[in-house]
Write a protein that binds this ligand. Structure first.
Ligand SMILES: [Zn+2]
Length: 90
């Protein structure tokens, strides 16, 4: 199974594998080191004031989605969703 560019939310290990999806359709990941299963929705992070603006600013400056997600410690899907939602005035 291919590894994914995700770190464990508990031990920060990179030995994380896609575990499946929960009933809501969110990707679920499993950590090989501590066996924690977690989701990468990270919606709570994106609701923090300023995160959306940071995502947009980094994208505007040429950062890749993966870089933004890693830097801000949020999910890639959150970055993509934020950018999609921000294009209305573009
Ligand atoms: Zn872990």
């Amino acid at each position: 199974m291919a590894s994914v560019n995700v770190h464990c939310t508990r031990c920060n290990s990179a030995q994380v594998y896609r575990h499946g999806q929960n009933p809501k359709g969110h990707d679920s990941f499993s950590c090989r080191d501590c066996h924690r299963v977690f989701q990468l929705t990270c919606a709570y992070e994106a609701r923090k004031p300023g995160v959306k603006e940071l995502i947009i600013e980094m994208a505007f400056n040429g950062a890749w989605v993966c870089d933004i997600a890693r830097t801000l410690k949020i999910g890639i899907n959150t970055v993509i969703r934020t950018l999609k939602n921000s294009r209305h005035d573009g």
